[in-house]
Design a protein around this ligand. Structure first.
Ligand code: CP
Length: 291
């Protein structure tokens, strides 16, 4: 693996290798990296979890983190993504972690760039490190993927998390169902009511409503969304004994999920954040080892 750009590029074996390595990091194993690689985090969209988690993971595997402030970078003077990354390569970076609002911004980095590129979210495209930490969380819970029923709920068409996870989960043998308002289904076949979905779900994966990506959302009402698609106490009570709740976060409390359920016993929402550090350590080690 040279880059991590999309879950479409990973085989099931690649995924399982990252999960196994993340498990070893969680058990206390140290990084195999034998030198201090230089890494920069280029976030052109807001982030709390992904940016901080990558920085923690970079430090834990022994990388030197070189600060990059997108709000004071020459991108604001019109510098292209290619020129920005090539410049960082010439300064001595070994890897860059990038979040940008353009779908597939990374296409212009496929030729002529010799640093490892890690996609930390491209528009409404992909979010592979989030998907890998979601898969790690599910694998940690159930020990395998085959035959699980996973219901992904919410803003499917705008969600890079839904797209990344759908690709990988289906390939790993999961029965993936989408539940969303009809206008948010995109290309996915979807359900528009919880009827029959909650009782047999092993995982209910809620998605954040991404107001920033909605061109027209004047008719949107948080209350009616919550009533129809939100995870309420009544729905939670119908979940299977060992079923879990996930959400990539940030959470719109009392919209996607009742606020009090965010930290209920079956919620793994904050565990996902913790797991993300081990998974990102595994990603960094895999990409940087032997460079
Ligand atoms: N889940 C996720 O990508 O969160 P941030 O936007 O805070 O990084």
């Amino acid at each position: 693996m040279k880059n991590l750009l999309s879950m479409e590029h990973l085989s099931n074996e690649d995924i399982m290798r990252i999960i196994e390595r993340a498990e070893q990091f969680e058990d206390g194993e140290l990084s195999r990296l034998t030198k201090s690689y230089h890494v920069s985090n280029l976030f052109f969209e807001p982030s709390t979890r992904t940016k901080t988690s990558f920085e923690m993971a970079e430090r834990k595997v022994g990388c030197t983190v070189i600060p990059f402030d997108a709000d004071f970078s020459s991108a604001l003077k019109g510098e292209t993504m290619y020129d920005t990354v090539k410049t960082l390569e010439m300064i001595g970076m070994d890897a860059v972690v990038i979040r940008a609002k353009e779908d597939e911004y990374y296409n212009e980095l496929l030729e002529g760039i010799n640093v490892a590129v890690i996609n930390a979210g491209d528009g409404a495209g992909q979010h592979p490190s989030q998907s890998l930490l979601d898969l790690y969380t599910i694998h940690k819970e159930f020990g395998s993927f085959e035959g699980l029923n996973i219901t992904i709920v919410g803003d499917i068409s705008h969600s890079r998390v839904a797209k990344s996870n759908a690709t990988a989960l289906k390939r790993l043998g999961v029965n993936v169902r989408f539940l969303c308002p009809p206008e948010w289904a995109g290309d996915f076949e979807s359900y528009h009511s919880w009827d029959g979905l909650i009782e047999d779900s092993d995982v209910v994966m809620l998605l954040r409503i991404q107001h920033e990506r909605h061109v027209v959302n004047k008719s949107f009402s948080k209350e009616s969304y919550h009533e129809q698609y939100g995870l309420t106490f009544e729905l939670e009570a119908k979940m299977k004994k060992n079923a879990i709740i996930m959400h990539p976060a940030p959470v719109n409390r009392d919209v996607e999920i009742v606020s009090e359920l965010v930290e209920c016993e079956r919620s793994r929402i904050f565990d996902q954040v913790r797991n993300g550090v081990f998974v990102r350590m595994a990603i960094l080690e895999t990409l940087l080892e032997g460079r």
